[in-house]
Design a protein around this ligand. Sequence first.
Ligand code: HAM
Length: 436
Amino acid sequence: MGAGAIKGFNDIFPASPEPFLHSALWHRIFSISAEVMQSYGYMPAWFPVVEYTELFTRGLGTDTDVVSKEMYSFTDRGDRSLSLRPEGTASAVRAYIEHHLGRNEPRQKWYYHGPMFRAERPQKGRYRQFYQMGVECFGAKGPAADVEVLQMLQAICRALGIGPLRLRINTLGDKESRGAYLQALAGFLQQHQGGLCKACQVRTQANPLRALDCKEEGCRALMRGAPDILTSLSAASRTWFRQYEALLSRAHLTYERSPTLVRGLDYYTEAIFEAATDALGTQDAVFGGGRYDGLVELLGGPATPAVGFAAGLERLALLMASADAESGLAPDVALVAADAEGAADVLQMAQELRVLPIAPGQRSHRVLVEADATKLKQPLKRADRAGARYVLVVGENERQVRVGSLKRLSDGAQQQVPLSTVQMARAMADFVPETG
Ligand code: HAM
């Protein structure tokens, strides 16, 4: 018997002393996220945990940290080099090609959960065996598929009770854009060799994109002045990205464009993204993904556009455990009566919301009623302490105009809504804060 589990490998069980490793929490994450992914028309898939090493070296890129430093590779009895999978996309693509889906049914929407392995230095939020949930959508070229996976990402967070994550996006363009950009970037790196770390001096020739997300302070400062890929985009990629941004804003998805976001795997094209939090220290990315239109072809299949993402379950569990062990059970909304007459309205609205699902096929709303206070301060404080996401006060004015102000407690943003429970439910699912 050795000294216990290998460092960076976790046990997940009911009474774990680590709240984020409680198995009940994990069960909830699996089942809730699976339901959300199914509601978007995605079907479950399982792939082997071990693959030929070549799948990852070719698919993810030999210059990436994941392949060059972090893979668990070994030679089997037949003298073949095998690796524990460091991520799920390469396996999904291999399966897609192997079963001729491009010929039979090119449009495939899959989700998966399972363990991945990377020999990184373990720390909070970073482990050597970690779990991912991921989705892969094959066969859709237009940006609507990219926007829909982001809507799904948001719906998963909402269903898990995780506060809003910061969504960062960027584009890597198509092959032509990438070629032009690599040239511009390599030129810039060449000019600033003296200010670059040793690794980035090598990257200048080998893979300049990797210099953009170098963690060294000096390189990071320098990269703020690097050329922006937007100036190298081909006409087709420019149009694609413009449509993508227009759809994002029509879908009320709040994001920030980060010109230095490149992601750590080489297969991406066009739009890429990460959803991050401030609550996890340096391991801040919870979800990461994007489009990879060239990968199916690169691995020997027919040219097939694809987009997807993956999230680390430990990071989701840490967020859920640190927000509040019960956060998954927190009320969606607190309805507060400002006076005695408001109580009847509030009781009636709460009853209706409790049988209205928060999204198609999901549980119904959890509603906290506050109808007996003489001052507003106390009920609002209690709503906040209970972790309610929204609060709505019903007083004389609201009763007269039949409109109230739905307030999001995380940031105080407000949206005017008619006092109709159907419209309130819609507003809570797709909150649009008022500006100005
Ligand atoms: P990735 O950004 O390498 O993307 O990983 C996705 C997520 O997995 C990260 O945001 C993080 O939450 C989690 N993760 C990664 N490494 C670790 C680790 N050592 N410990 C704990 N959690 C970790 C991919 O893997 C792509 N396959 C995503 C994708 C799917 N792109 C397109 N389709």
